[in-house]
Ligand binder design. Structure first.
Ligand SMILES: CSCCC(=O)C(=O)COP(=O)(O)O
Ligand SMILES: [Mg+2]
Length: 229
C-alpha cells in the first residue's frame, strides 16, 4: 500500500513554460545586481560559497561567479548553489505579486484527496526547498503548503541517482515499496525504481517513447488501489 507520494514540480505539478518563461528570466535579470549588492548578506554569501565549492573556484571574484551562474542558467544546470540563489530572488517576485506559482488544475484536488486518504505528500525538485515552498505557498490555487509533510532538493542528492531516493525513503522512514514518485522525466523515475519505489510518469506534453514507466496525463488518472498487493 502506498503510504507516501513524492512529486516533482517542473513538468509534473507545474507547467515547464512557467518555470522557463517566467521564473528563470526573472532570476536571470536580477542575478548580477543581487550578487553585487548583497554579496555580504549571510544567505547570498552562503550560496556563493557553495558555488565556489561546487566549481573549485576557491578565490573567484563576484564577477567570475556571476559569469559562471549565467552559464549554468544557459545550460539549465541543476547546481545547488544556482538553485539557492534563484530561490532567494524569486522570493521578492512572489511577495510583490509579480507572479503566482503555476499548478495544473488537476493537482490541488487530487493532492487533497490523497491527504484525505491518509497518504503523506512530499516534494522532490531540483529547485531549492525555498523555491518549492514559495511556489506552493503562492500558487494560483492558493496556499498548498498545508498539504505537504516535507520538501527535498538536490542537497539530498541528484534526481537521476538512486542513492537520492534511498536517502529520502530513510528520511521519511518508509520502505521504497510504500512510496510513489511522480515525475515527467523517465531518467528520474528509473533512479527511483532502482531504489524500489513505485513510479508514474506525468505526460503534460508529447509522449515519451523511450520510457518504461506507466504514463498518465493528469493526477486523477492515478489510482492508489492499483498498488495494493
Ligand atoms: C521549484 S520551481 C523551480 C524549478 C527549478 O528550478 C528546476 O530546476 C526544475 O526542476 P524539477 O526538478 O522540478 O524538474
Ligand atoms: Mg520535472
Amino acid at each position: 500500500m502506498i503510504q507516501a507520494i513524492v512529486t516533482d514540480i517542473e513538468g509534473t505539478t507545474s507547467d515547464i513554460r512557467f518555470v522557463h518563461n517566467v521564473l528563470f528570466p526573472y532570476a536571470r535579470a536580477r542575478l548580477a545586481e543581487t550578487v553585487r549588492r548583497q554579496a555580504h548578506s549571510e544567505e547570498i554569501a552562503q550560496a556563493l560559497q557553495a558555488l565556489r565549492q561546487e566549481t573549485g573556484q576557491s578565490d573567484a571574484s563576484s564577477d567570475a561567479l556571476i559569469a559562471t551562474l549565467l552559464r549554468f542558467m544557459d545550460e539549465d544546470r541543476k547546481s545547488t548553489a544556482l538553485k539557492l540563489l534563484q530561490g532567494i530572488i524569486w522570493r521578492g517576485g512572489y511577495q510583490n505579486g509579480d507572479f503566482h506559482g503555476h499548478v495544473y488544475a488537476d493537482v490541488a484536488p487530487q493532492l487533497t484527496e490523497w491527504r484525505r486518504q491518509g497518504v503523506r505528500l512530499f516534494v522532490y525538485s531540483s529547485g531549492s526547498v525555498e523555491a518549492q515552498t514559495l511556489l506552493f505557498g503562492h500558487s494560483e490555487a492558493g496556499d498548498l503548503r498545508p498539504l505537504f509533510s516535507g520538501y527535498f532538493d538536490t542537497r539530498v542528492g541528484a534526481k537521476r541517482e538512486s542513492a537520492s531516493y534511498h536517502a529520502i525513503a530513510g528520511e521519511i522512514d518508509l520502505p521504497g515499496g510504500q512510496v510513489l514518485f511522480l515525475s515527467d522525466i523517465h531518467q528520474e523515475l528509473d533512479a527511483a525504481q532502482q531504489a524500489g519505489w513505485h513510479t508514474r510518469q506525468l505526460i503534460r506534453g508529447p509522449a515519451d517513447a523511450a520510457s518504461r514507466h506507466i504514463q498518465v496525463t493528469r493526477f486523477d488518472q492515478i489510482n492508489l488501489r492499483e498498488f495494493c498487493q
